[in-house]
Design a protein around this ligand. Structure first.
Ligand SMILES: Nc1ncnc2c1ncn2[C@@H]1O[C@H](COP(=O)(O)OP(=O)(O)OP(=O)(O)O)[C@@H](O)[C@H]1O
Ligand SMILES: [Mg+2]
Length: 301
């Protein structure tokens, strides 16, 4: 693709988050990025787990000289300059911050700089690995994705966290959409959903209410169940999607499930991603299926 065409097209962004830590976000982000590269697509992987950056280790790379810290501390630096080759054809990495102690509580202007520059990166795909939990940082990176992907373990505590995370994401989306439309609306209690406020607004400003509803409705999170061991666990994504449609009135979709696989543990220990190993196993097939699903569903917003 020629440079002019590439620059004219914004990258397709996949943002990967989780309510709970240690569920497999980084492993999945890394292997999805490799899977895209293997399909001949150019991808930038961004380690946005501010304060817990580890993608370079998963990729078996030396700690880089430049990372996101430089974007936040040096006005002359842009995100594109921080993308370093991974040694895998078509795949670059922007390493996460490791030196700034307060980076997890990113200042608004710095976060906005990062968000703007992610959206204008000169690449086909961007995959963002986000820190666990529903801090505003994590939610804002999650909402930045054309595909907002939530990784869930089939454990009671992880499942509980999904609903909390999605409710927080919905509330954040509502506040952002309202602000974009010049409305000073927000959800003051995490116990509330946005829909009653939109209905109330409809009585006086029906067109604005429609626009707000449409914008909020663009939040269509995708669920990946990771470390499944039984048929029931593999099907949990569909059940979460149904429950979210029922309780939150948002369009959540199951993207697929990945089985628990000792090879993943071994690959992390060896600092060599599973998709870079010889042979093709269940994990690889699951990652390829999920990549396909994401590519097929295209831009959702
Ligand atoms: N499908 C799997 N099968 C077996 N083990 C897995 C699988 N997925 C992840 N793991 C294990 O879980 C560990 C944690 O994975 P990972 O670091 O990707 O989680 P994370 O969600 O990014 O964690 P954090 O919230 O701390 O950033 C890995 O080191 C790996 O051993
Ligand atoms: Mg991680």
């Amino acid at each position: 693709m020629c440079t002019e065409l590439r620059q004219a097209t914004a990258p397709q962004i996949w943002a990967i988050a989780s309510g709970k830590g240690g569920v497999g976000k980084s492993v999945i982000a890394t292997n999805l990025a490799i899977s895209l590269a293997k399909e001949g697509r150019r991808c930038t992987l961004i380690d946005a787990d501010l304060g817990g950056a580890n993608l370079h280790t998963l990729l078996g790379m030396q700690r880089p000289k430049r990372d996101l810290t430089h974007l936040f501390t040096d006005n002359q630096v842009n995100l594109q300059q921080l993308a370093i080759p991974t040694g895998i054809d078509g795949l670059d990495l922007v390493c996460g911050s490791m030196d700034m102690l307060d980076v997890a509580n990113l200042h608004l202007a710095k976060k906005q700089k990062l968000i703007r520059q992610v959206a204008s990166l000169d690449n086909e795909h961007v995959i963002i690995d986000i820190g666990a939990g529903s801090s505003f940082n994590s939610l804002d990176f999650f909402l930045l994705g054309h595909q907002s992907i939530l990784v869930v373990l089939p454990t009671p505590s992880s499942l509980e966290n999904v609903y909390h995370f999605l409710k927080a994401a919905l509330s954040r989306k509502f506040t952002q959409a309202a602000r974009r439309l010049g409305l000073s609306l927000s959800i003051d209690s995490s116990a509330l959903l946005p829909w009653p406020q939109i209905e109330k607004l409809r009585a006086t400003q029906p067109l604005t209410a429609d626009a707000l509803q449409e914008e909020v409705g663009r939040l269509q999170p995708r669920i990946i169940i990771n470390q499944a061991r039984t048929v029931e666990e593999r099907q949990l994504g569909g059940q979460i999607a149904l429950a979210c449609r029922h309780f939150f009135n948002i369009n959540v979709e199951a993207l697929g499930s990945i089985d628990f696989d000792e090879r993943v543990y071994t690959s992390v220990q060896k600092m060599k991603p599973a998709l870079q190993e010889e042979g093709e196993f269940g994990f690889d097939l699951a990652i390829h299926d999920i990549t396909r699903n994401l590519l097929d569903s295209g831009r959702s917003k």
